[in-house]
Ligand binder design. Structure first.
Ligand SMILES: *Cc1c(COP(=O)(O)O)cnc(C)c1O
Length: 394
């Protein structure tokens, strides 16, 4: 017997729930790519993607997922043999650095671990040793989706300036754009990248990159440039050039609808909604953790992200929890990845999510813990409810 009939809920950290408004905007015939409404659509999207990154710099939209946007950002500013410093706090910056290595960069990892954020003081100390300025770029993820950590990009930018270092600051905002503030210009970020399928509520397939003037200056001499990713080509006047070929029309119509929804709600409200729902999840996990089997992967409460929570499972199989939630209740949780494989599950709370989705998910996880007889204190879902009753006033 199961109680899963009805709409399945996808609580994995991407792709996320696509709003009906976005789906409807995409349900249309193809249109001319040389004239007509698509041209103005592109202009509005490039402007608004830059707006979401909070930059006066340029934005670029690629037909790509996050891995593609990683490559887009690297090819445009690096040359073969350039040294880069990757700030470890999970899997994703490491993966981005791995791409850079395979493209010919020399990669150093500033050692961190899966359970905590990057420490800006350690970055500052490392950069101060680099007297000759051999490090050309610093790569970091704002939210690492594997560990569930949030890094303080503002403090990382300050650490680079405090060290008086010239390296470009490059930030992966795939799991954070549209979920929490991103202040590209204010924080001194030179290159930022993201994708369509997480906080941006659009199907997978669009990669976003934003670059400031400093990055575009470095770009002029970058040796790894290739025709498809090249910023200069994409800055051409012809509409066709902006996508290095046929535009991903339907995804663009979808993205327009998603951005309209974000702006209509107001980005501050969007971020606050994410924080409220993330905290509801954390309240629940905090209660379950009293049973000693369930815990937070990220040790420091202040370093837990507002878009995904990584929940460790000690002495029991997290895959059994995921299987129960999926097969019995129609909720798909994320699995543990990297060194957390088989040791954790993840609850995504990013993008088009509201209280019933999150309270429903928490209720289902608590149902699973009960059914599987995994030790936990009861009342996690109740704690989430109490939190929202307190914070979301009548
Ligand atoms: C999802 C994700 C990626 C990879 O995106 P894909 O679209 O799967 O290539 C990169 N970085 C972070 C932080 C992510 O969460």
């Amino acid at each position: 017997m199961s109680v899963r009939a009805g709409r399945e809920f996808l609580a994995i950290p991407g792709p996320t729930t696509v709003p009906d408004e976005v789906l409807r905007a995409m349900h249309r015939p193809a249109v001319d790519i040389y004239a007509g409404p698509l041209l103005a659509l592109t202009d509005s999207l490039l402007k608004d993607v830059a707006r979401v990154f909070n930059t006066k710099g340029r934005a670029y939209i690629y037909i790509a997922n996050g891995h593609g946007a990683w490559e887009a950002s690297l090819t445009n500013v690096l040359s073969k043999g350039d040294k880069i410093l990757v700030l470890e706090s999970g899997r994703f910056a490491i993966g981005w650095g791995e791409s850079a290595r395979r493209m010919g960069a020399e990669v150093e990892i500033l050692k961190g671990d899966m359970r905590r954020a990057v420490r800006p003081a350690e970055l500052e100390a490392r950069l101060k040793q680099d007297k000759g300025g051999t490090i050309k770029a610093i790569l970091v993820a704002q939210i690492d989706t594997a560990s569930g950590v949030v890094n303080d990009i503002e403090a990382i930018g300050q650490a680079i300036r405090a060290a008086g270092h010239e390296a470009l600051l490059m930030v992966d905002a795939v799991a954070s754009l549209g979920c929490m503030p991103f202040e590209m210009d204010k924080w001194g970020v030179d290159v930022a990248m993201s994708g369509s399928q997480k906080g941006m509520m659009t199907p997978p397939g669009l990669g976003f990159v934003a670059a400031n003037d400093r990055a575009r200056e470095v770009h002029k001499k970058a040796g790894l440039r290739t025709p498809y990713w090249d910023w200069t080509d994409r800055e051409g006047d012809l509409h066709y050039q902006k996508y290095a070929g046929t535009p991903p029309e339907h995804l663009l119509f979808g993205l327009r609808a998603a951005l309209d929804m974000l702006f209509e709600e107001g980005l501050d409200n969007v971020h606050r909604r994410h924080w409220l729902l993330a905290e509801a999840v954390r309240r629940a996990v905090g209660v379950w953790a009293e049973g000693q089997a369930i815990g937070f992967n990220i040790v420091e409460a202040g370093e837990r992200s507002d878009s995904v929570t990584c929940v460790t499972v000690n002495g029991h199989d997290p895959e059994a929890i995921r299987a129960y939630c999926n097969q019995k209740c129609g909720v798909i949780l994320g699995h543990g990845i990297g060194e957390l494989s088989g040791k954790a599950f993840r609850i995504a709370h990013m993008g088009h999510v509201n209280a019933p989705m999150i309270l429903g998910t928490l209720g289902v996880v608590e149902t699973a813990l009960g059914a599987l007889e995994i030790p936990h204190a009861k009342g996690g879902a109740q704690a989430a409810i109490d939190w929202l009753s307190e914070q979301v006033k009548a």
